[in-house]
Design a protein around this ligand. Structure first.
Ligand code: FAD
Length: 449
């Protein structure tokens, strides 16, 4: 009797360069493909609205692809441990394969499942599919993790080159009459009342095929201007691959190998290196989204939340054109250019003196690339409390940033032409207040030392 192989898809919604899928193919038994919407396991962060939208479409695309190859994507909802064990027993899977996740709660879930299935005499194997280097393999001479990017990336580059991507399968041997699937539409991942996703639909085509197309288009058309213009939000010089990497529609191995084959990609690849650094940091600090990495920032005297400032920032109604443009781009498209992410985040933390965690939560809810490591890592970077962070006293001036990176005002006029013009705070005064608050952090760290 055949004992099928179960491939559990998670943040790897692709068939190309998918080591778990490849292992199942090589085992030469019928394949059951599973995705679990887990909103119940302890510590798993519920997805934000824009991420749910992306997930819906990316799953639809994966299901279609698997179907064309000969296998069915089984969708189930619930606590992963129960669901995976249930599906394993329904189909009698003898082997279970997945690509590793690196968040703390996810690792706990996966370890529990692995232990339970092995006790039940099933073969369980996990693979490296989402990061170029496993977090425990990049260490300082003293064997500890890196807290500064440049030596981290140098150490990564000194390791053997990332493995070559695995080819996409041409056909799959599915399991006829396998486990039943939930109806994707019934999961309600898409917004209905109201349907706020029009701008997302206009901007993105989720799924593996579109991801590959974008990678090729970027390397061919945009990479030559990347180093020169990547900081200019209206230049169209960056890859827009972040949601693709977030959802694993593209593997970093594919991005790496296709980019190194093109001249002048090292600046771009070092940004992919920041993604690695963020995930390695999250691996070592699983509560990155809630706790200051630099603990002296726990003493930061956040003032009482102003009744309207947070909402004005979220809606793009601060009266600061570059900030409002960024927040409106985010609301409409589920994306914001990196330079503008830095400016809007700095404005929230240092001009409105609102705790970085409130901003991180808003980005988590509204970004299509909302990422368990990249988002909190970068918020802490801006707030000064993170790994290799911008020094707190370096407060971005959004007006100077606009002059430098949006000199013609193209980005602001695209997104914030009708935004209010009266600033809700005075940039100079609030900068002083932020620096005074930072003095408290400095004093407290001196007292502790
Ligand atoms: P490119 O410049 O083309 O870079 C290529 C890839 O490198 C990106 O797709 C991304 O995977 C990675 N990358 C680039 N910059 C960074 C960075 N600073 N940190 C980590 N990885 C990076 N990125 C996310 O993917 N998800 C998030 O939730 C997220 N939240 C952020 C929040 C703040 C406050 C800030 C300042 C940055 C955040 N970033 C996040 C990082 C960065 O802004 C986006 O990855 C980038 O804008 C995506 O655009 P791109 O794909 O065109 O980037």
């Amino acid at each position: 009797m055949a004992s099928p192989s179960l491939v559990w898809f998670r943040d790897d919604l692709r068939v190309a360069d998918n080591p778990a899928l490849r292992a199942a193919i090589d085992r030469d038994e019928p394949i059951v493909a599973l995705f679990v919407l887990d909103e119940e396991s302890s510590g798993i962060r519920p997805l934000g609205g824009a991420a749910r939208w992306w997930l819906h479409h990316s799953l639809a695309s994966l299901a279609e692809k698997l179907d064309a190859l000969g296998a069915t994507l089984v969708l189930r909802r619930g606590a992963a441990e129960q669901v995976v064990r249930q599906v394993v027993s329904e189909c009698g899977a003898g082997a279970i394969f997945w690509n590793r996740r690196y968040g703390g709660a996810e690792r706990d879930v996966d370890t529990a499942i692995k232990t339970a299935l092995r006790e039940d005499d099933r073969e369980v194997v996990s693979f490296a599919g989402s990061l170029l280097h496993e977090p425990w393999t990049v260490t300082t001479g003293a064997g500890t993790h890196f807290s500064v990017f440049t030596p981290f990336w140098r150490a990564c580059r000194a390791l053997p080159a990332p493995r070559a991507p695995l080819p996409a399968p041409r056909t799959l041997h599915g399991l006829p009459g396998g486990p039943t699937s939930d109806d994707l539409d019934a999961w309600g991942l898409l917004p209905t009342r109201p349907d706020w996703a029009e701008g997302l639909r206009e901007t993105w085509v989720p799924g593996e095929a579109a991801a590959r197309e974008r990678l090729h288009e970027f390397l061919h058309d945009d990479l030559p201007k990347y180093d020169r213009a990547r900081d200019e939000p209206s230049a169209g010089a960056t890859s827009l691959l972040s949601p693709r990497l977030r959802w694993g529609e593209l593997s970093p191995f594919t991005v790496w190998h296709e980019a190194v084959a093109v001249d002048g990609a090292s600046g771009f690849l070092s940004e992919v290196g920041w993604r690695e650094f963020a995930w390695h940091t999250a691996f070592h600090f699983p509560d990155l989204a809630t706790r200051n990495l630099r603990r002296e920032f726990d003493a930061f005297p956040w003032p009482r939340l102003h009744p309207t400032h947070l909402e004005a920032w979220q809606r793009g109604e601060t009266g600061i054109p570059l900030v409002d443009a960024g927040m409106r781009e985010l609301w409409r498209t589920g994306f914001m250019h990196n330079r503008v992410r830095m400016v809007t985040a700095s404005f929230l933390v240092k001009n409105l003196l609102i705790d970085w965690r409130r901003g991180e939560e808003w980005f988590w809810d509204t970004l299509v690339d909302a990422d368990g490591a990249n988002n909190p890592f970068n918020w802490q970077w801006v707030a000064g409390s993170g790994a290799d962070a911008a020094p707190y006293f370096r407060v971005f001036n959004p007006e100077l940033q606009a002059k430098k990176f949006d000199a013609q005002g193209l980005y602001v006029s695209e997104w914030a032409a009708d935004a209010p013009t009266e600033p809700i705070v005075d940039l100079g005064e609030t900068r002083k207040a932020a620096l005074a608050a930072y003095d408290v952090v400095k004093r407290s760290s001196r007292t502790e030392a």
